[in-house]
Design a protein around this ligand. Structure first.
Ligand code: HSE
Length: 418
């Protein structure tokens, strides 16, 4: 797209993000971007824009030769994919915020971008206002990117904050997250970790060149976290949060998962509350870096969409450097995890699946243990999400050198120190 061309936008969706973008664009005339048409599903809804702006016919946008940018901010992943696919094929640039769609169609979308040569940008789809995709894409060499840890779902952070810092009940906190426009229309996607793992899938591509689908990544949400888990966290001076994590392994590949985790008071993530997201990056020479910003909500998400639109003015495209210009990584599930598990009945816990169990707290009302288990064992079974069982990772949970750890543990036991 030439430098000074006006951006004529056709937008799909006028919900929390779409309306936010409409307002934000009105306040940024310097961008030289104009929304020509907005395609919506329910024409009878009252909206804060002139009625002639709206249509229910997608082709009015997709076949309009004057429209050179299609912005898609709907929450139907299948329809979103069709829109983006047609837009790119019709030689339009595309901007999307549909993390589920992008995560589920990653390979096809990569192929489409290569084939059509068009830009497809989606900064708003992960961590909303934090420019995490462009930073991963532009700044870090994959060899130097040791690890990333993030809160990438605003609603779960909001709910956990309200429940454990402000004593609200789960339902009340969720309702508030919905009212404020943070939650997905199906809030199960937030609460049970689907939204976070979708975002993690697409971020792993920009971080490490990994092309995978969300169902290959070990994940869970916060649905099983109990008040007694929060009390254990408090007694340790920690908090429980939904943490997406990826780490380059010494044994090759990348360990990746999205699970509730204890977060220590020293972690930069300890300060990230409510709908805010945070990303901690450990890299070769820079050491630790921390990104912080609103991870959900109308204007924070619209601001990232706006930034993508603005980037189109200078022809910006993701180059997928880690995928195309480096040797891409793959996910390596051959790791062990330090876990805390609280449960109702001992019979719900397959003790034989653990490498070792360090502590039993079987006398408490709510029983719990801490131990080490292979990530693969968790992938094989689902006991750890059933019968009210709650699995939470310990801080710094990854063990790679299990043999060495076993030997060390044995020698400590022999010396009577363990
Ligand atoms: N439901 C999402 C969240 C919205 O809570 O993070 C932003 O992607």
């Amino acid at each position: 797209m030439s430098k000074h061309k006006e951006l004529i936008i056709g937008m799909f969706g006028f919900g929390v993000v779409g309306e936010g973008l409409y307002k934000v664009l009105q306040q940024t005339p310097s961008l030289k971007a104009r929304i020509k048409k907005v395609c919506i599903k329910h024409p009878d809804k009252k909206r804060s824009a002139p009625s002639e702006l709206f249509t229910t016919d997608k082709d009015e946008i997709l076949n309009d030769k004057e429209i050179n940018v299609v912005v898609e901010v709907i929450d139907d992943a299948n329809a979103a994919f069709e829109i983006v696919k047609t837009a790119l094929k019709n030689k339009k640039e595309a901007v999307s915020s549909s993390k589920k769609m992008i995560a589920e169609h990653l390979q096809e979308l990569l192929d489409l971008q290569q084939k059509t040569g068009r830009s497809f940008l989606y900064e708003s789809s992960a961590c909303a206002s934090i420019p995490v995709i462009r930073n991963l894409e532009e700044y870090y060499d994959n060899d130097l990117l040791h690890s990333i840890r993030a809160y990438c779902n605003g609603s779960t952070n909001f709910i956990l904050t309200k429940m454990f810092d402000e004593n609200l009940g789960f339902k009340e906190a969720l309702l508030l997250a919905q009212q404020l426009g943070f939650a997905e229309s199906n809030p199960k996607l937030d609460v049970e970790g689907f939204d976070a793992v979708n975002k993690w899938t697409l971020l792993l591509n920009h971080a490490y060149g990994i092309v995978t689908s969300p169902d290959t990544i070990l994940f869970n949400g916060i649905q099983n976290v109990t008040k007694s888990d929060a009390a254990v966290a408090k007694s340790r001076g920690q908090q429980i949060k939904l943490v997406a994590q990826a780490k380059k392994l010494v044994l090759g590949g990348v360990g990746a998962f999205v699970l509730p985790q204890f977060v220590t008071a020293e972690s930069p993530l300890a300060f990230v509350k409510n709908e805010y997201n945070g990303v901690v990056i450990e890299s070769g020479f820079a050491d630790q870096q921390f990104f912080y910003g609103k991870g959900a909500g109308s204007f924070p998400t619209a601001s990232a969409v706006l930034s993508d639109i603005s980037a189109l003015r200078y022809g910006y495209k993701y180059e997928y450097k880690k995928l195309y210009h480096h040797t891409p990584h793959v996910i390596n599930d051959d790791i062990y995890l330090k876990v805390y598990v609280s449960f109702n009945q001992l019979s719900d816990i397959p003790k034989e699946d653990f490498e070792w169990i360090e502590q039993w707290h079987a006398q408490e009302d709510r029983k719990y243990l801490s131990g080490v288990i292979a990530l693969k064992k968790l992938k094989e079974g689902s006991w750890w999400k059933e019968n009210g069982t709650s699995l939470i990772l310990e801080p710094d949970p990854i063990i790679e050198n299990i043999e060495e750890r076993r030997l060390k543990k044995k020698s400590l036991e022999l010396a009577g120190l363990h």
